[in-house]
Write a protein of this length. Sequence first.
Length: 215
Amino acid sequence: MPLVLGQDSQVGPALQLGRAGLAWSPAPGEVERLRGEFQRQSCIRLPQFLEPAFLGVVRGHIDRAEFYQREHHSIGLESCMTTNHAAGLLHFLVNNRTLFPFLEGITGCARIQDFDGRVYRMLPGGGHYDTWHNDMTENRMVGMSVNLGSAPYGGGLFQLRYKASGQMIHEAANTGFGDAILFRLDYSLQHRVTNVEGSVSKLAYAGWFRSAGGP
């Protein structure tokens, strides 16, 4: 069977978080299109989900931040940013209560309680890797990864597949500054990020929207 990968949306930022809060200005039929795309491929891209001007400020803090090697129980190895002002800004911004109902409507998930995330880097040739896994713990429902790098990186593809058959559902290179990938979490699905290649590191803010009852 030929491999058919989902196609990323090329529309502008209908949904965007920034210093002024949530901006929501969908074109006619946009909500239905996003909902249908998520139902078909369990993954969608939101262009400029985080406002570029806000990200410019955050990047200033990240560029001065400390990172440490973090291993995820043999699932992967990455360079993770220590808790700092940038992490606090991103956490505050994404945990916007007016955002959650829009995401619930698009993804069909249960009521969102919060978002738990971290900033990480994958360096070319740095021994960083990410293997197939499902993140099904701590009441996680929907995963998200936001690109924080201003220059395109090589490799570092997000991939989503069915666990039982290994059939690929979706593959995406999320290299736009502030673009986000939303993806479904389920025991029947697995995802990973391929190795980063070339000379540019992958820098992202990634984590999970969780239902009530998480820690």
